[in-house]
Design a protein around this ligand. Sequence first.
Ligand SMILES: [Fe+2]
Ligand SMILES: [Fe+2]
Length: 478
Amino acid sequence: MKKISSKLLSVILAAFIIFTAAVPSFAADDLLWEHVWNEEHDNGVILFPGSNNSEMNVSWCSETKSEPKVIVDEGIVIGSGAEEFKGYCVAAPDGDYSNKVTITDLEPGKTYSYQCVSEGFMSNVYSFKTDVDPNTFSAVYMTDIHTSHDDANENGIKETAEKFNSTLAEAASRKNISLLLSAGDQASEGYETEYKGYSSALALKSFPVATTIGNHDRKGIAYKTFNNVPNEREDNLVASYIGGDYWFVKGDVLFLVMDSNNASGMDHRAFMKSAIKANPDVKWKVMMAHHDLYSGRIPRRESENELLRMIWGPLCDEFKIDLMLLGHSHYYTVTNVLYNNKTASDYSEMMTNPAGTVFMVSGSITRPRTDEDLGLNEEWVGYANTPDQRIIYNILDFTKDSITVSSYYKGEKDAFNKYSIVKTSNEGGHPDRLIPSFFDAFVRFAGTVYGFFNNIGVYSDLKDDGFDVDFFEVVFNN
Ligand SMILES: [Fe+2]
Ligand SMILES: [Fe+2]
């Protein structure tokens, strides 16, 4: 068969990208994926949420340092009326540079084309859509993607990235998706090459991904350079050294994205307080972090989970979190409605004005577990599934009054689980927790002290691994 030239494939890709602006499909066939992998993945062009619906953040890699810009126009082509948005460039750990730009003044219900430009680089023209009704949108939630370097398999990153790409493509073929929520462990070793693999997913050039930091992301420092997130906390007592807590608003939902590797409960509480103060009128609060809290299905992690519950449970109560999305255990579970670390009401397909928080964990994309070593906390978990190594993704449909979660096995038509949280007022059924207990405050303080010492250990490990890191930055500052 005659070899199809790279130039022709570029034209096919451009046509595909323009086509996807009109039809929400990212069906990545083998030929297209091969081309994206060979020609595009080094650039790592990827979208992140802006602070609100009128903004979109962009990030990409380059070999040289320059002032990056993104050219943006309405519609599916860039014309003479295009606008330029300038950003900044930071050094990445392996000698590359990471370019970060924020696009502003976006209007609802429009298609925008964009092209990333930095010294010696001009990307393809990609496009994204803004939500028609800001209060009605759909997001994909996945966790533990684990794009993985493998010493024994030179194609390890490519193969795991392909699994992620095809899973996201399937999710995005179901409906208009305007956000991916990824609850940590995007990479397995924290290598820059793993993040380049993960950011190759075609769909992430057309809607943004909000990621949080998993324990595996924290094995290196590359994660930091691949992010361009809004409203990141910078004045922590204890550093979240590859990226701090951040928030963004989409429609009537405040998303709080937390670094659960950092045990500093004092910092997390201060961040949540300021994020909610900045957005007092939002109806929904959805939090995302990496470490599973309540499923407890891996017994060796149960003591760690217990400590984490003592930090995060009271914060969810105090700030009336509706839904918390988690990862780490790689087991699909949904809890009952929890308040004060106890069941306030049972899990059901429709939870109206729940008097507490629902906690959810999804399965891993590339490392799904079997149901060995089960130690399910039946006290809290309302729905559990042991998928025997099947890949799971979830679609969250947001409306003004409800969040509906539909969970799918990759390759199957119908959802295997579906539930809704409904609120008839901003408060819903959350009780007030007006006077936080002394014990909760002590736990947060103890977590903060632990965080200092933990970061000293992290600094020492990074130095041993040959990273040129600054003690003050790793231990105290973001
Ligand atoms: Fe994981
Ligand atoms: Fe993990």
